[in-house]
Ligand binder design. Sequence first.
Ligand code: ADP
Ligand code: ZN
Length: 614
Amino acid sequence: MDSSAVLQKYFGHTAFRPGQERLVTGILSGRDALGIMPTGGGKSICYQVPALLLPGLTLVISPLISLMKDQVAALTAAGVDAAFLNSSQDLEESRAVWSALRRRALRLLYVAPERLENPRFLELVSSLDIPLVAVDEAHCISQWGQDFRPSYLKIADFVAGLPCRPVLAAFTATATAKVQEDIVGQLSLQDPVRVVTGFDRPNLFFDVRRPKNKLTSLMALLSERRGRSGIVYCATRSSVERVCQGLLDFGIPATRYHAGLSEEERRRNQDDFRFDRRTVMVATNAFGMGIDKSNVSFVIHYNMPKNLESYYQEAGRAGRDGEPADCILLYGAGDVVTAKLLMENSSQNEEKRELLQQRDLDRLDVMVGYCKTTDCLRGCLLDYFGQPHSETCGNCGNCKSVFTEVDVTVQAQMILSCVKRVRDKLGYYVGASLLVQVLRGGHSQRIRELELDALPTYGLMKESPSDQVRAILDCLESGGYVFTEQAHSTLRLTQRAGAVLFRGERVTMLAREKPPADEIVGSRRKREQLRQQVPVDSGLLAALKAERYRLAQREGVPAYIVFSNAVLSGMAARMPHSMEEFLEISGVGEKKAARYGEDFLSVIADYEASEAEG
Ligand code: ADP
Ligand code: ZN
């Protein structure tokens, strides 16, 4: 059997995606490999297909238990002999795996990197044929990355200690050049085949909102998405608690996840979400890397993450099944402060610590830039990953909005002169939030103590809502009239401010006009457009989903392990009548066809019969 036949037989895909084929061919010819693809790009196929063609056992190193579990469940459902070894198993389960290994009955074994140091495991593995070692989430090896795991550094030693050097293949969704170089270096990859696929995820709709009240806005967004599965990311444990409770009070089936919960509760809540018993997961960024759930149809950020890399990774958990999905960030000025507080740098070495701090602040600036830009949001993300793109994408909040140019010269003069007056009075500059308070005539203790209420600019913008003052402030910053000093977050005037204050320079701002019905119409329209390309009978789709639910219950697996939403849509569109036609649907492999084919075919037949009667 060749690789295309394996792809068809086990995974039900008719063709490799660009990039997958090069990696698979490279690995099969004995070359090391480095695959950089976005989440949902199809990395796992790149080592699973070779594993089925190479003699012996492929070892997959994976950082998280939940990730292994899902992968192994999916492989088993596809008829592949795969297993994992980790600390979550009881003695009986792990014995069964050890015995299968000894019998050479497995094609893939998933292990955490810590396992590689276990002497008993080393002994067993040395007696087996290991043609391929695949390193998943390989960015964990880099100290420059988000999720550094010291035990990943041991992988190279482990590989070097094997009787026969296997092919080494590393995969990640993190693209920065620095991390890539670290992976190649730390793993000692030898002249690897490198594939960096496009980072664009066309099915994702990106948007940034600046709501007056985040919780109200979140509830509106969730009300429009009832019945859909999604994640709400918050910056802190306490906001997870607060938001989750708010949603439950509002009648939304939410659950929560953060590092402060007991392991048992985390597992239970995660399962409630995986099995669609609760559709909304409210979580900190502790939730996610292990999540392989493909039918997540939105990711809403309640707070701004600390950099674009984290944002893209978290938002990218939406729409892995290729269906249209929304990634919405709710931005508030307080998010910058929270993000700074959460940046702890624990490095011992002082010089390095400073370097890391500066790097974090620079990354934060780029993240804030994303929240404030009026340009294409997708373009902004792709720029970060160094990928060329067209100027507009047509599927993000900014591309879909109408912007009008408004003259804000008068307000700009008020703001700039307030910055100057405060500075003249106090002898130092202050941050944006105090400034906005002064302009709006606030009554805080700080204002009274500093006697800022005596300034002629005090209360000058009483009539303007604070988000509007903020927006003009941002516009002044991007226009280069003021800048934020990084270390203390104080707002300072630049030379250019003088042109507005003294020489009558005009300032204009692009204001985004709110589309009706709290926006999102854009994404809904897009969704309908995409749907229209493949006309799908929604009644049939519902019947197929009900059948999938029944089968998933019967087998005790999450629904997406049976078939993804994309596969069900394919079934509804093509309405197969025979096993042959059923096998032609993308995502249907032989094993799954044998196991579920009859059930789904009869649902389709019944549905057609009832339609004919009605
Ligand atoms: P990653 O590990 O890169 O996040 P996965 O390996 O989980 O991505 O694949 C994401 C989705 O893409 C899965 O639903 C998978 O079935 C689908 N997929 C992968 N390769 C192909 C292919 N060649 N043709 C069609 N669908 C594919
Ligand atoms: Zn766009």
